[in-house]
Design a protein around this ligand. Sequence first.
Ligand SMILES: [Zn+2]
Ligand SMILES: [Zn+2]
Length: 464
Amino acid sequence: MKETSDKKFPKTKIEAPSTISRRDALKQSAIAVAGTVGAAAVASSAAAQSASSSTSGSSNNMAGRKFRAWVHREMGEGITGGVEELTLLPIDGRQVVIRTEASQCCYSNVSMMLGAQGVTMANPGGAIILGHGGVGIVEAVGPQVRRVKVGDRVIVGVTPECSECYNCLRGRADRCYGTVDPLVIAQTSDGVDVVGDLNIGGHAELMVALEQSCVAVNSTHPPAELALLSCVSGTGLGMTMTLSPVTPGSIVAIFGAGPIGLSAVQGARLMGAAQIIVVEPISVRRELALQFGATSVFDPNVEGDQLVDQIRYLCQGESDSFYSGGRPRFGGRHLGPDLVIEAVGGDRFPPKLEVGPDPTGILPLQQAWDLCPAGSDLLTCGIGQDGNVSFPGGRWSNSSKNHLSSQFGGTHMKRDMPRYVSLIEAGLFDAESLVTSTYPLEGTADGHQATSDRTTVNSVIVMS
Ligand SMILES: [Zn+2]
Ligand SMILES: [Zn+2]
């Protein structure tokens, strides 16, 4: 059951082909832009010409600039897209142009990126850049942008916080309504309109995002580590710090030790959990969980039907006296963790490492619900489950399990991102060990393949 090891995923770094020189040119112009805020922040004479003819009113427009991106012109079984050179269109309103430093490969994108059966384009006839987050330097802002300025380093998060919509105002910015339909941001060399996934499009040398998705961060930390906060690690930390903050001395059970679950393990440790119990079929991920602070790990393939009872057994208290306080011994009323987190989801493709007991992801949801005792909280964030969960009606109605579902783990971009960055800066959150492979832009499909195969924890696209 419990295992100890200091083994890690081996780090891999795939180098870009040595012929790339465009990136250097972009960086040079970025430095020039960042150092000259104002009218001079136009990177080339061609861009200046385009910007001057734009009706956007932006003082920092870069229309006409060429940049490379991983582009899908169609989606379907086995279609993985490829790198293309695009031409940036004028920005307007609350749009922000960001020179991408790094973007993370998320499992929720593998079906689109690697071409699962039945996947179709969100914008038929156009093209799309996947990647729903990243980190980079602001190079231009639309006329209505107030939150960030040229030269800022920003994290672009998977979920915006507009601070104005109904959900933001009532404390659920993780469900912010401040999104808009996909905006055309660029054109291919043959004139096809290009949008960014979720109006972000992280797998590109330039992201064009809305300011409500951006938070400026005062950090010089490696971009690959900061990029994790844009989705997976932000979600994992959010699961332990936002909707149901971990109580010091409590017991937390976490189903799934992937990028989100391993971030949640660290969050639970930082928040002072006394026990952190992890369920994960992949042995090397169980070992990482122990490295990050888990106190017990279970292989669901080994425990089978006994899994929930085995975890409950670890949650029993020291005393069998009803009046002594604290947890009762096994057989008492509180037989489970204070917080149960589900971070499993459904398999899009079969993993190359150990397969879990239910690739649909339904069984872990059911087990997490069963494990959650009366009065405790159950947080779920996995996606892509294939099927329905069923509950005994009376228990579902009356058993006092507090189910909290969230986007981005409950993270509010503006409130939470700076403190997540501070945890990395202070050495309290180990993002470095979570970055297990890096790729250049050309390796975008390879990074997602490793993510799909589960042979890495996090693949990150790092622009050279
Ligand atoms: Zn994601
Ligand atoms: Zn909002």
